[in-house]
Design a protein around this ligand. Structure first.
Ligand SMILES: [Fe+2]
Ligand SMILES: [Fe+2]
Length: 161
C-alpha cells in the first residue's frame, strides 16, 4: 500500500518545488514500504538519512527563494522547517531505539510529518508563483548539501555513514 499519494492540495504551481515535493513523497513511500516483519534496520536508517538530507537541501532552497522574493511569511515558514527537521530526527531516533516496531504508527507519523507542512505552508507559496521560479541549483552542490545533512543526522543518532 502506498502511504502518501500526490494530491492537488500539495501543488504550489512552482515547477522546481513541486518536482522536489514529488520526489520526497516517493522517498517517504519507499522507506515505509521497507517496514515489514523482517525489517532491515540499517537500510531503513540509511533511507531516513537520505530523506533528512533531501529535505534539508529542499528547505534551504525554499528559504533562499522566499528571502529573495520578499515572501511575507518567511519567518514562520522557516520556523516550521526547523520543527520538521527536529521531527524527522526524532522519528529516526525512535526507530533506532524501538524494540518492537508498530508499522501503522510509524506510517502515521511519517504521513503527518510530511502532509501538514506541504498542504499549509508550502501550498500557500502558489500565491507567489508568478513572481518566482525555483532557481536552478547545480547538481553537485545539491548532492553535497544532501550528503552533509545526512551525515549530520547519522552522527546525531550515534551512527556513522
Ligand atoms: Fe517544500
Ligand atoms: Fe516549506
Amino acid at each position: 500500500m502506498v502511504l502518501i499519494e500526490w494530491r492537488e492540495e500539495f501543488c504550489t504551481g512552482i515547477p522546481g518545488v513541486d518536482y522536489e515535493h514529488e520526489k520526497l513523497i516517493e522517498q517517504v513511500n519507499s522507506v515505509y514500504a521497507l517496514i515489514d516483519d523482517e525489517v532491515d534496520r540499517d537500510r531503513v536508517i540509511d533511507r531516513l538519512g537520505d530523506i533528512y538530507g533531501s529535505i534539508s537541501a529542499h528547505f534551504a532552497l525554499e528559504e533562499q527563494m522566499m528571502k529573495k522574493y520578499g515572501y511575507d511569511r518567511y519567518q514562520e515558514h522557516r520556523a516550521d522547517h526547523e520543527r520538521l527537521l527536529d521531527d524527522i530526527r526524532d522519528i529516526t531516533d525512535d526507530f533506532e531505539n524501538s524494540t518492537d516496531l508498530d508499522r501503522q504508527r510509524f506510517g502515521q507519523r511519517l504521513n503527518d510529518w510530511f502532509a501538514i507542512h506541504f498542504k499549509t505552508h508550502d501550498s500557500r507559496l502558489h500565491k507567489l508563483k508568478n513572481l518566482m521560479s525555483h532557481d536552478q541549483v547545480n547538481e553537485t552542490t545539491m548532492k553535497i548539501m544532501i550528503r552533509n545533512a545526512k551525515r549530520t543526522l547519522l552522527r546525531n543518532i550515534g551512527r556513522h555513514s
